[in-house]
Design a protein around this ligand. Structure first.
Ligand code: UGA
Length: 449
């Protein structure tokens, strides 16, 4: 099918690239003409595993192209994926102006019937508003627009894998024909008839994705409800870690045993510095706001958000207690991205820690495999190193904020010899307390003895 993608951020690019890899013809557009020029020249503006590989192969096969002319992309496609940003306003409410802008463009440029699919994360009822806006903005002659919601459940860092091997594909529609078109778009994924870049064409047998057809409102709610619930699990584990610290207990033992109950599940119960990124913090806020707008007090999510913000306070208290005077101390900050395998630093807990350390007058030596250039642009006052051992040299303290593989592999015996003080504050419970103490480190983590 001929598809277009509006918005070449991480969701748009992964969606476009994977659907092209699955055999469709995809044309991508973005208002950022520099981004389009970079993509046209073969560049990849974000770091996401396997993305550059599939962008290259689909480009060679002539199945993906880019244009800054949104009209061209809209006219060329039977189905249009809207993948634009919905950032939070100061109130926490989602800013839908980019979606509104897409509606205007599609209404003005369409020269035939279009299936308009919202993939951006949006509050419930956006699809219905989008449908109204498309008819209201259409000036020159009648064109039939069908609107569908198709929320994405991709995780940064494993987005390509998640796209090709989803647990579920949710499509919210108003009419059966839209569901049929979406089933056709996803048929290669549902039937596993695409060349899988991860498994070199031969995917291991495993459960196939459920294709769920719902109303548009339900599909939109499923997205916010899923992200908020995962965020809630994380905050729950973080409160448990505080309880363990006060009562004596090991949060890892507690959450491990809890997670063996299939009704609970073991994922997203990892205590630490809390959640960041451009999804959970903003989606929790947007969901609270949406609920309040219809008179529902989503208290439990307000607590989720509060607990998460307090994680940084708790961590800073520990740093200040351990270092006594922070001003002038050499601090090695290991990890900047909001999680491993991405260069995304939006709402990254590490950045808040970095900001507060700089404000306290520390000499911060930060290390991250992918996120240095983005961070450096925001915080030129810190020192940056690709090599963790260079960041750790002469350090008064090491702070682990993102659990990248290279940090798992640090030889702490070697690093400890070059540090001014063997002090490690582990914000992600990455290392074994007994092993670190065995190496002579003063070691702090969350909720563990
Ligand atoms: C999240 C969801 O997991 C995806 O399903 C969803 O599609 C995506 O948001 C989105 O809405 O686009 P993502 O933000 O990429 O994906 O990252 P996650 O892997 O979910 O991690 C979010 C944050 O939670 C990270 O900062 C991570 O360090 C933290 N986390 C995760 C914990 O603190 N503890 C855990 O146990 C798990």
């Amino acid at each position: 099918m001929r598809l277009s993608v509006i918005g070449c951020g991480y969701v748009g690019l992964v969606t476009g690239a994977c659907l092209a890899e699955a055999g469709h013809e995809v044309i991508c557009t973005d208002i950022d003409s520099e981004r389009i020029a970079k993509l046209k020249a073969g560049g990849v503006p974000i770091y996401e595993r396997y993305l550059d590989e599939i962008l290259r192969s689909t480009r060679r096969a002539g199945r993906i192209s880019y244009t800054s002319d949104a009209g061209q992309a809209i006219r060329a496609a039977q189905a249009i994926f809207i993948c634009v940003g919905t950032p939070p306003k100061d109130s926490g409410e989602a800013d839908l102006s980019a979606i509104d802008n897409c509606a205007r463009q599609i209404a003005a440029e369409a020269d035939g019937p279009k299936l308009v699919i919202e993939k951006s994360t949006v509050p419930a009822r956006t699809g219905l508003e989008l449908s109204r806006a498309l008819s209201a903005y259409r000036r020159n002659g009648d064109v039939r627009f069908r609107v569908a919601s198709n929320p994405e459940f991709l995780r940064e860092g494993t987005a390509v894998e998640d796209f090709f091997h989803p647990d579920r594909i949710v499509v919210g529609v108003e009419e059966e024909s839209a569901a049929a078109d979406l089933r056709e778009i996803y048929r290669p994924i549902l039937e596993r008839s695409f060349h899988c870049p991860l498994h070199n064409g031969t995917c291991p047998p495993g459960p196939r994705a459920d294709f769920l057809v719902t109303t548009i409102n339900s599909a939109e709610l499923i997205k916010h409800a899923s992200n908020s619930f995962l965020a809630l699990k994380i905050s729950y584990a973080n409160v448990l870690s505080e309880l363990c610290e006060r009562l004596g207990g090991d949060v890892e033992e507690v959450t491990h045993a809890m997670g063996l109950d299939p009704r609970i599940g073991g994922q997203f119960l990892k205590a630490g510095l809390g959640f960041g990124g451009f999804c959970f913090p903003k989606d929790v806020q947007a969901f609270i706001h949406l609920a309040a707008s219809v008179g529902v007090d989503f208290d439990i999510l307000k607590a989720t958000d509060r607990v998460n913000k307090e994680r940084i306070d708790r961590y800073m208290e520990r740093i200040r207690r351990a270092l006594w005077v922070v001003k002038g101390k050499h601090v090695a900050l290991l990890g900047l991205a909001f999680k491993p395998n991405t260069d995304d630093i939006r709402y990254a807990p590490a950045l808040e820690v970095l900001k507060r350390l700089l404000a306290d007058g520390a000499a911060v030596h930060a290390c991250d495999p992918e996120a240095i250039s983005r961070t450096q642009a925001l915080f030129p006052g810190a020192h940056y190193h690709k090599d963790p051992y260079a960041a750790l040299q002469k350090a008064d303290a090491a702070l682990l904020c993102t659990e990248w593989d290279i940090f798992k592999k640090i030889d702490w015996e070697r690093a400890g010899k070059t540090m001014a003080r063997k002090l490690l504050l582990d914000g992600r419970n990455l290392y074994s307390p007994s092993a670190m103490r065995g190496l002579g480190f003063e070691y702090h983590s969350f909720g563990r003895p």
